[in-house]
Design a binder for this molecule. Sequence first.
Ligand code: FAD
Ligand code: ZN
Length: 471
Amino acid sequence: MNFLHALSELVGKTNVLTGKAAAPYLVDWRERYHGQALAVVRPGTTDEVASVIRACAAAEVPVVPQGGNTGLCGGATPDDSGRALVLSLQRLNRVRYIDQHNNTMTVEAGCVLQTIQETAGRVDRLFPLSLTAEGSCTIGGNLATNAGGTQVLRYGSMRELTLGLEVVTADGAIWDGLRGLRKDNTGYALRDLFIGSEGTLGIITAATLKLHALPLARATAFLALESIEAAMTTFAHARHRFDAALTGFELIDATCMALVAEYFPRHTLPFDRESAKLPWFVLIELSDNESETHAQQRLETVLGQAIESGFIKDAVIASSIAQSKALWQLRESVPLAEKVAGKAVKHDISVPLSRMASFVRDTRQILEQAFPGVCPLVFGHLGDGNLHYNVTTGTRWDQDQLLERQHEISTLVHDQVHAIGGSISAEHGIGQLKRTTLTHYKSVTELALMRSLKRALDPRGIMNPGKLLID
Ligand code: FAD
Ligand code: ZN
């Protein structure tokens, strides 16, 4: 029987897409990768996923899992051979159950992140993962990329937010690891192996997630600063004073703010002209379990001290939820404005906090010497040591020139990161974009361990081949 016909028998004809209907699944969010596929298949249950994988294993058809297709490294886009099947998890979108006493929620992989946040909110709980793509990314994609976002400082990334997984293995078996246990020392941490594996070891079909107490109040402020050193000192001061109550510490440079002003003019900086000209801005957020007033007062006191000491030049504390949202919109508009502005050479790096200020200063200087006129665009989750360090054309380069030199530019940035013990991917993953870079910076031993895991779990090599690891 023809392979596509066999798939139709398994999941229903309307859930096997080809031609125009398949097109949106074959290009990534940044429109940087375009692929071809045998078809896009949309199973609706874990059993259907398992039977599709068994059919693929028997026919040795490569499988590219896809959730919301918002990934930034081309991990969910097939290659252009047309041999692979795109397996969309979007129809697996049920919230299976909430266990309020255990503070957990079990959801299927295709649930949209925002739906999970809202569902948790309805039972007076918080699911803290938060990122700009939350309206369309899925929890399966978040798990497969070990997503981070803006609340990692307080709650950790996906790995820390997950207690159990259900996975369809590369031979089509179902592993039910949906345990809601906070302690479980029964051997290898399979859960953590699948998290962050970008679909190269198996298909995540469901997860048991940790819920947290919904904070009673939040206080948000936007700060203007003179230097990256001042931002780091402010962070150290805030972390010391607030400890776990510090839930967000996001950095944005003046170039990013200029892009937001250009493409989203309704989002304006809350400062006077002088402060708006400063080179660095920080969005800081504090959670509080007493009251709105208490949160505001704590933030005011600590920021007041920082202003007196000269770390911060100016600060605006939101006095309403609407104002707080407006401050977050400024931060969230940065990647969107950057997308409209055109292509950049992007990096998603992390470095030890103790090396952050010198990294930012040295890299800017070395870039300027090597590629005079290029313009770094720096923003990200400073409290996690994670920056989106993107290099753009500035006024002297055009896009083609910049992209021609992208390999050299990235090598320069990544060499800097590597030299101080940092990572070339803090939260977006490897996908197709960084597979060669990964090979360059990981040790021979680490790569050998990773390859033996891949061979053991996916001996036919059908799970998202060509992503993350290359031979
Ligand atoms: P997809 O893009 O569909 O897939 C991503 C990868 O996971 C692919 O390799 C795919 O094969 C694999 N995969 C998907 N589902 C499964 C599954 N069920 N089983 C196995 N493998 C699977 N990320 C952050 O960490 N922090 C941020 O702050 C952040 N901000 C972003 C802002 C914007 C505007 C955008 C567009 C993206 C941002 N991202 C961020 C990237 C982030 O990785 C994704 O948004 C999200 O985690 C991916 O989810 P998805 O469902 O769209 O996955
Ligand atoms: Zn980010």
